[in-house]
Design a protein. Structure first.
Length: 315
């Protein structure tokens, strides 16, 4: 018996790519090229064609390491419109009961503009697992799936506009995200644990060495902790900008100098301000160096600015 399923709000993603229509068409319609830039798929393989039947293909996606799901797709047609636009539709399904997605349908549209090609997709799908599947899809899967589609579209844009291979942009994105996560983690920990929570005696002694009495020194430690937590949050939110990393790099020498003036012996202790400053400066330098030429899921448009065709009835 078939599961009771509902459709969610269709996923829509759009970007404009400064390239030719034929170049974009080949990069999206050739399975070997498609799987290079689309993070949603590990592999896409065309199946032998049968006269009079649509082109079918298989796809595989790794949700988490060691957990790969496979499915089948079918081209609904490729059309050149009289107005110079192109359209490509498909439907897809997964027989694997572990897959949240049961089956779905969607399309790609290619609209030439003065700036290049307006490339957009709209698709929807049914889910398994009853009410639990609907909840998981609404709260987690559909937002992540939409973001992955947008991130992939921007990865494609970088490749066709700037010549950044998809493999390189992925490496830049991983390196940047790792460096930013390291910075956010360090500043969050240093702000909360030794300063706001414990008000560590070594932290207090640094300010006492600079001439403050114990009470004001503890207040300054707490204030610095709050600033560090705020800076961590700003770094996470503004990770695409230069200033958080420039500030982090510039602040590290001041930290080392201040600690050495207050207590020179602190520079010889384990995990001292100098070694911490070097680590933070290195992370900030990596984040700064990898800021450009990396995909962003925020850049593509996520809602249609004009009327677009509906996905239609799902198969």
């Amino acid at each position: 018996m078939r599961n009771r399923v509902r459709r969610g709000r269709p996923i829509y993603v759009e970007t404009t790519i400064r390239t030719s229509l034929d170049t974009l068409w080949n990069a999206t319609q050739d399975p070997d090229q498609h799987q290079r830039w689309d993070v949603r798929f590990d592999s896409i393989t065309s199946l032998p064609t049968i006269d009079g039947e649509p082109q079918r293909f298989t796809y595989a996606s790794t949700a988490v390491p060691g957990f790969t799901l496979a499915g089948t797709g079918e081209s609904l047609g490729e059309r050149d419109r009289p107005d110079g636009t192109r359209w490509s539709g498909l439907k897809f399904w997964a027989e694997d009961r572990r897959s949240l997605v049961d089956r779905g349908a969607g399309y790609w549209r290619y609209v030439p503009t003065d700036d290049g090609v307006r490339f957009l997709t709209r698709f929807d799908y049914r889910v398994r697992w009853g009410s639990w599947g609907e909840l998981i899809d609404r709260v987690l899967f559909r937002p992540v799936f939409g973001w992955a589609t947008a991130w992939s579209f921007d990865r494609l844009r970088l490749w066709l506009e700037d010549g950044v291979p998809p493999e390189q942009s992925r490496q830049l994105a991983v390196a940047h995200a790792t460096a930013v996560a390291g910075l956010v983690g360090v500043f969050t920990y240093q702000g909360i644990v030794p300063k706001l929570w414990k008000v560590d005696r070594d932290e207090v002694s640094i300010w006492q060495g600079l001439g403050l009495s114990p009470g004001p020194a503890r207040n300054v430690v707490r204030a610095v902790g709050a600033l560090e937590v705020g800076f961590a949050a700003a770094t996470a939110v503004r990770s695409g900008e230069r200033w958080p990393f420039v500030v982090a790099i510039a602040a590290m020498p001041a930290l080392g100098i201040g600690a050495s003036v207050a207590d020179r012996s602190s520079l010889t202790r384990a995990f001292n301000p100098s070694s911490l400053g070097l680590a933070v400066g290195a992370l900030a330098g990596i984040a700064l160096a990898t800021r450009r030429n990396r995909p962003s899921g925020r850049r593509p448009r996520r809602s249609a600015p004009d009327l677009q065709p509906d996905v239609g009835d799902l198969p």
